[in-house]
Structure formats: C-alpha cells, structure tokens
Design a protein around this ligand. Sequence first.
Ligand code: SF4
Length: 466
Amino acid sequence: MSAAIDHLPFELDLDLVRRLDCSGPRYTSYPTADRFIEAFGPETYRSWAEKRNIGGIHRALSIYVHLPFCNTICFYCACNKIVTRDKTKGERYLDYLAREIALHAPLFRDDPAVNQMHWGGGTPTFFTSAQLAQLFALLREQFVFAEDGEYSIEIDPRTVDAEAIMALRKMGFNRVSLGVQDFDPAVQRAVNRIQNEAQTLAVMEAARGAGFLSINVDLIYGLPKQNLLSFDRTLARVIEAQPDRIAIYNYAHLPARFKPQRRINEAEIPSPDTKLKLLALAAQRLTEAGYVYIGMDHFAKPGDALAIAQRQGRLHRNFQGYSTQPDCDLIGLGVSAIGSIGPTYSQNFRDLESYYNALERGVLPIMRGMELTADDLVRRAVIHTLMCHFTVSKDAIEIAHLIDFDRYFANELGELRDLERSGLVELEERWINVTPRGRMLIRNVCMVFDKYLRHDQEVRRYSRVI
Ligand code: SF4
C-alpha cells in the first residue's frame, strides 16, 4: 500500500521485511546509550553546562522528567519503572527530584528558556494532580517556559479522570500521550493490563475538551493472544476517536533482559508472520483513515505539527522520538534520565539507591555519559537526517562537517549499494534517497553509518526492527 498524499509515500513490502528484518537500535541518540562511559561524570557535565552559550551560540532548553512508579506491572514492559502501591515512595522521590532541580538550575541561570518538556515513566499520573502541579511549579521557579513551547506528559488512562486531565492542562501541559496497546480483553489479561475501553475513550475526549493541542495514542503489535480480527477492532475504535498521532510499537520478547516478560506465555505470542500481518493491517487502516507515516513506528494526521514539520524539513529526532523542536540542550531529571548538553550525553543512575545517595552528597546523580567526537557528530547528523527525512544531501553534510562525503564514507557507500540492490535506497551523485519500500526499514539504512555497530556483534541485544 502507499499513502497517496502530498506527504512522503511508504510501502510495506512484506517479503522485503521478512528478508531483511534484523536487530537494531532506535537511534533516539547516536551513539546509543549503551556506548556511554562512566568516566563522564558530574564534573564533565558541569563544565559543558557552563560553556553552553560561549561564542553567542543560543540553544533553547528541553527538560525530561522521569517519574518511575506504576501501580501494577504490565508483563510486556521494558521501561525503567518501580511497581508499588506505597505512595510514600512517590513523596520521597519528589523530594529528591527537588534537590536535583536545585543542583541543575544554577548552571542555566544565564539562559533558562525552556521550549520543550516531557514527563515520562513509569506512570507520571501515579502522582496526584497536586503533587504534579507542585513539581511543575518548582520547575517554573527555576526556568522560563516559552508560551508556545511543547509540554507533554504520558498518561495511563486507568489513573486519571476528566478532572485530572483538566488539572494537567491548567498546569501548562499541552500534549498528552496515552498508553492503549490493545482493547481486546483477552490480550489485556495476557499482559496484565486491564484497561477499560470506555474509560480510555473518555480520557481522550476529556483531553480534547480540555484543549490539548495534540493527543498521541500508543498501540503495540505482537502481544500474546493478538489476532488480526481483534486488532482490527482496536484500530477501528482508536481511529474513530481521532487522536492526532498514533504510534504502533513492536513487542520485542526479550525475557532474559526484561524480567516481567517471563510471565508472558510464549505459546500465545503471534508468529512472526502474523506479526507482520498485524503491522501491515495497522499501516493499511491508518493510511486509509488519512494518517501519514512519519517514520519508525509513528503516524500522524497531515495537519499535526509533526507531519507539517516533516513536510517543511524541520523534523528532528531526540530521546522523545520525533520532535518539531530544533536541537535543544536537554536536562534529564530523575532516575535513569538522559540529558544532552552541547556535544555530550549524560545519564543518571538507573537505581533509586544510587540516585538518592548522590543527591544526599549534593552531587548531580550522573552515572555515565559521553563527549561526542567529530566523527560521532557527522554520523549522528546522517542518521538523524535519514530517520526524519529519508534523504541525505551529501553537500549539506560536507558543508556542516567539513568532510568529503564520498571519501569519508567510502565503506558505508559500498554497503549501501547492497541495500540499493534490495530496493531500500537509491544512490544519486549527491544524494542518498530512501525508497518508499525502504522507509519501514529505515533502521537498516541507518545502521550502515553506525561505527560502533560496525565494530562489534552486539546487534542481537536490540529489539527486532519490525
Ligand atoms: S508499561 Fe508503562 S504502565 Fe506498564 S509497567 Fe511499564 S511503565 Fe508501568
């Protein structure tokens, strides 16, 4: 199928996907987080934060807040979360978060303008509206939030009502993302996420009524007990509710890595062939309903900011996935959160104890990070351009990074010729273009430029591409 609109067309060629499907990173960063090193600590972070505006460079700020608690466990979960019903744990966490904000804020005093913020988890709405409002107020005391910024929060529809939605809007959030996954009760039982369909739809309705600018819904294909008939019904119900964005994630069954997944009955997981058909069905239904393919797992209405940004060549990729905001410096707050200041990445401790310990000592709880080399930067530019626009101008990369593209990437261009023979890319003299059938396999193309992958065989640790 292909999307016949003034947007980038894509085709889902099932044979090609079957043949080329392999493991690969999602490239919300390059290099990927598993390449960060522990030699990068709080002091290196500080020094980069202090010099971020030297030379008149002005980069707006973005903030990510990780709120890790959940009331119950979803068996498919691969997030960094803590399952508890003990609300005092949440209170303690907010106290430490306040200490972390107090350590970051002085580093950004000269230019504290925030254009983008995202709260993820876990389940941010594990906390009460009053607690969330207090946290937002704390951030407002230290940073200046742009009037037209993008402020989003992940919502578990089981934890909110219309009043809580309105409270989030009043705090200043203008985008919401709802976890839905699948409406089929059999699937919900199999993954331990019992989520009433009517309640979910009511939350979406409430978000629209409250004036949220964009509503995103997350679905997952490949879950146990899923079948074409029931997933088609879920898709129909979701499309009827008209969210602005829909993400269709692949369930990657990696029980050795993610403990909760061991509780999934493997016999109930759809076969690889059925999984592909589920994806094809989703792509077909969404395209028929007028959604356009953004890239990776994301679809959006043509009028949504993401689709407009892609058409205008302004789409970006960062830890939140696709974004309309140009490169911001990112402050990561909370356990396991990732930040990015200038040409660096940093990540907080992933366990609460180490995170709390550092803050008690008055030290930023940074566990590891990385200062990107010139080579990392040029490869990141190529990978993110491919991810966002499916085309790369060699001239643009040469001008920005002072390289001779064909010489610098001679090996990569050789590998791309193999992908060209498979129909994923077309290589022109000065352009690399991903074909409509290559777009769903964009990770395969990006992986060619990943120097770290080229040097080792860790590919198997990642989820399958489709
Ligand atoms: S999927 Fe979301 S709600 Fe479920 S356990 Fe994981 S983080 Fe919590």
